[in-house]
Write a protein that binds this ligand. Structure first.
Ligand SMILES: [Zn+2]
Length: 382
């Protein structure tokens, strides 16, 4: 009986996760679209703190936890269910309801609609459905220092809003739109909001960047190092609005120039850790550069033969914070590689330090956006 019930539950979960397409730009009450962000994953335990917290079995629509006043509870993964303060319930997914508009989960303050799901009997995921303006307000300060010029923050707000809608369009058949990892924008919750972030969001409310009437892939990065990159050379796909442009505005960014020194033994160790078959590195050279001089292919001579790596893979092996961009040159001396480079990040789309530099010189957020994205329009969606 339990087996039958849990199988039915799994089927239901499957249907919810994969079959029901969310409507395009599902609007919340005030016309603002909602985005679904996976705020926690790979966690087995969640501490939830809030007022009047209730947990509802999402499928059966039954309360499994209800408390008035201040609550602090522990939700953890259980076999075919979840446990709440050590009591196990056969619910694969629960909806979290609370008063005061906000709740804290594992220290992160969140608002909006929250669901907790048993993903695979080992881990829980938490999905936060939040209105796009609140999401962007949380992002602006996570992505840019709040004391930057307001025009730079406004450009970031429009870019972040556009990027979120682009992601949403591509996840229509999925349970959530945003991963909240390094591949997507990093949402840190309500704690990262402040007045200046909200001012930038409100001044640009509903505005997005479009090409051909659709939201663009509004890529951005920290420091381009003098010239942004053509999308096809960085991500293998040519977007007409992601073209290389000269940028003289980020030159005064800290770490505009960088250096890194790496021994062959350390490189061998880092490659082995990523699963490459070798035990020794004997040489390193650059094979191919993009039109903006970024490294597209590097060759590693190993005791098991030659291994050619693209620039992004090489950064992943060495570390994105160590090899800060693919705009670098090398000198090999003995068993050591001396890297010297410029910029930080992939170099595609808006250069954030460039946006700072342009705003300091009096550019508006519209001028900043039109500088880094070509042939685009800024439209008000709502
Ligand atoms: Zn730049």
């Amino acid at each position: 009986m339990l087996n039958h019930a849990s199988r039915r539950g799994l089927l239901f979960l499957y249907i919810v996760l994969f079959m029901i397409p969310a409507p395009l730009y599902a609007a919340t009450g005030n016309g603002v679209p909602e985005v679904r962000v996976k705020v926690f994953h790979d966690v087995s335990t969640l501490r939830i703190e809030g007022h009047d917290v209730r947990l509802i079995d999402t499928y059966r629509n039954l309360y499994i936890f209800k408390n008035r006043g201040i609550s602090s509870l522990v939700v953890s993964v259980a076999n075919n269910g979840i446990s709440v303060n050590n009591a196990v319930y056969p619910a694969r997914m629960v909806t979290l309801v609370f008063s005061d508009g906000m709740v804290r989960i594992n220290g992160k303050l969140l608002r909006g609609h929250l669901e907790i799901a048993n993903e695979n009997n080992r881990d829980l995921i938490v999905v936060n459905a939040i209105n796009l303006e609140s999401y962007v307000a949380g992002l602006v300060n996570a992505e840019m220092p709040h004391n930057w010029p307001i025009e730079a923050l406004e450009a970031q707000a429009v870019v972040a809003r556009t990027y979120a809608l682009w992601q949403k369009d591509r996840h229509l058949d999925q349970y959530y739109d945003m991963e909240n990892g390094v591949m997507d924008q990093v949402y840190k919750g309500v704690d990262s909001e402040n007045n200046r972030g909200w001012a930038a969001v409100n001044a640009t409310r509903g505005q997005i960047i479009t090409y051909d009437g659709k939201p663009i892939l509004a890529m951005y990065h920290s420091i381009c190092g003098g010239e942004t990159e053509n999308s096809e050379d960085a991500i293998g796909y040519k977007y007409p609005y992601l073209r290389a442009v000269t940028c003289n505005f980020c030159r005064f960014a800290p770490h505009y120039f960088w250096k890194y020194t790496l021994g062959f033994r350390t490189l061998a160790y880092r490659m082995i850790a990523k699963g490459y078959n070798l035990s020794e590195v004997d040489g390193f050279s650059i094979l191919k550069r993009s039109r903006t001089q970024r490294v597209m292919t590097a060759r590693v001579v190993t005791n098991k033969g030659l291994i050619d790596l693209d620039g992004v893979t090489l950064r992943g092996i060495i570390g994105f914070d160590r090899l800060r961009s693919t705009l670098f040159w090398i000198k090999v001396s003995g068993n050591t590689i001396f890297f010297h480079g410029r910029g930080f990040g992939h170099g595609v789309g808006m250069c954030q330090w460039g946006a700072y530099g342009m705003a300091k010189k009096g550019s508006t957020y519209r001028q900043i956006i039109h500088y880094y994205y070509q042939h685009v329009h800024i439209e008000r969606l709502y």
